[in-house]
Design a protein around this ligand. Structure first.
Ligand code: C5P
Length: 444
């Protein structure tokens, strides 16, 4: 199991599918019914001295476009990477840097500023800044604000992967999280210094989407409901270095887990190997093979109220995984494959069973194939999508055809996080109308 932080990128939370934010402040997206969680929020954006600071003007612009009022505060190091003039232009406010600036203090003192903020967001947050904050040190304006504020704090770490892995940094991170400071990322990937690993700052669009999701308080209509979700691909070993897998980024399953957790559900996410962060509020169980996924799911399914099978489970696995790396010999070779357990169908056969939702990724005849699957597996609902080049896989957006016995609904192309919310709306509505039988055994 892993906790809700880590080196993996947030998935299914990016709104890039709706295109770039328009240049003018105001919240055009809110007019479309999305992204109003940041409307009129007063955000102090702290920028500290990492290379990712060059993205700050874009972040300010996106926060402003989402309706937030942004006051930028720079650390001394940040000025090496980003220009004050650019930040001033996009935020429309004088950038604050100095604890001892008499002019700025006369306009709004640092304590007033700390009280003004609804949220302090620090992006990028360097190892040095994180260490100062963890130790309660306040050597400059930004750290002083952080010590003085009662507003929630969100840090978006960005640093070299070795600095992030350093045990002091990890201890500081843990201390801050225990105090309720939220962390977004860091993401895994290639770094400015050439290293590859965890330490990249999340992209501005991802940061804004995450904050928006946290800030909009959705109805708690799944409070206490136990939701079990599978996500990602499985890997079926051929030998110690090779495996059979399916194309799947896990983004949809993770977005569903985030959407369910945001509505108050107790979410367990059983995930194959993906580059996604465990959504906050969810408990994540990492698995690799279909067999492991089956065992993890069957261990939890009897306690679940809703099961959503979103994983791309490998249908077949090699009958035997070779214990050593197989050598290249003949011009061709055959692998004997055997069926993997069907996780979804197995859950659907339980009695009593959770409200059971499946997915169908089809390359043709979407409605017919999904309809047959709904019947054959005995599901309560199925969400189907067409897959192919640039469609469905590893994209930020998708479109779904949702079928249930006696009904259907098309969910138009949108970001996976939006689709996840819409699909949860459908599930919540139908799940309420199909209550589970009352357990008469008296056991909990
Ligand atoms: O049978 P098919 O793979 O087309 O159905 C897709 C649905 O079944 C998805 O919801 C997927 O998560 C689930 N599934 C499963 N175990 C398998 C194969 C598919 O849970 N072995």
């Amino acid at each position: 199991m892993h906790a809700a932080w880590g080196h993996r990128t947030v998935c299914g939370q990016v709104w890039a599918g709706l295109g770039p934010f328009p240049g003018k402040p105001g919240n055009p997206w809110a007019k479309l019914g999305v992204m109003d969680g940041l409307q009129d929020r007063k955000i102090i954006l702290g920028v500290t001295g990492g290379i990712a600071a060059y993205k700050s003007p874009d972040l300010v612009r996106k926060l402003a476009a989402a309706g937030a009022e942004v006051q930028v505060v720079l650390s001394a190091g940040a000025t090496q990477f980003v220009g004050v003039a650019a930040l001033q232009a996009v935020s429309g406010k004088r950038v604050r840097q100095d604890l001892w600036d008499p002019d700025a203090e006369a306009a709004m003192g640092h304590i007033e500023l700390a009280r003004w903020a609804d949220m302090i967001l620090v992006a990028p947050a360097t190892a040095h800044f994180i260490a100062n904050l963890a130790g309660g040190q306040a050597p400059d304006l930004l750290t002083t604000l952080c010590v003085a504020t009662r507003a929630p704090m969100v840090l978006v770490p960005a640093m070299n992967q070795a600095m992030w892995a350093n045990s002091a940094t990890q201890a500081n991170r843990e201390r801050l999280q225990q105090r309720g400071v939220r962390l977004l990322g860091p993401a895994f990937g290639e770094q400015a210094c050439g290293d590859v690993g965890p330490g990249r700052m999340l992209e501005p669009a991802e940061i804004v989407a995450e904050l928006d999701q946290q800030s909009s308080a959705p109805q708690q209509d799944l409070a206490g409901v136990r939701v079990l979700i599978t996500a990602g691909p499985t890997r079926e070993p051929i030998d110690p270095v090779r495996y059979i897998t399916n194309r799947s980024s896990g983004k949809m399953g993770y977005a569903l887990a985030a959407a369910a957790a945001a509505r108050g559900a107790r979410v367990t996410l059983v995930s194959g190997p993906v580059a996604c962060t465990c959504p906050s509020g969810a408990q994540c169980i990492d698995v690799e093979t279909a067999e492991e996924m089956y065992r993890a799911v069957m261990g939890e399914a009897r306690d679940a109220d809703i099961f959503i099978g979103c994983a791309a489970v490998a249908d077949y696995r090699p009958a035997q995984a070779a214990p050593q790396k197989m050598k290249r010999k003949d011009a061709s070779m055959s692998l004997e494959l055997v069926r993997s357990p069907d996780v979804l169908a197995s859950v659907a056969q339980l009695s009593p069973r959770p409200y059971t939702v499946g997915f169908a990724a089809e390359t043709q005849a979407l409605e017919r194939n999904a309809g047959s699957k709904l019947k054959a597996k005995g599901l309560d609902l199925i969400a189907a999508n067409l897959v192919g080049p640039k469609m469905g896989f590893d994209t930020e957006d998708n479109a779904l055809l949702v079928l249930w016995p006696g009904g259907s609904k098309r969910l138009q192309r949108a970001a996976k996080s939006t689709l996840a919310t819409q699909l949860m709306d459908l599930i919540v509505g139908r799940f309420k109308r199909v209550p589970r039988p009352i357990d008469m055994t008296g056991s909990d």
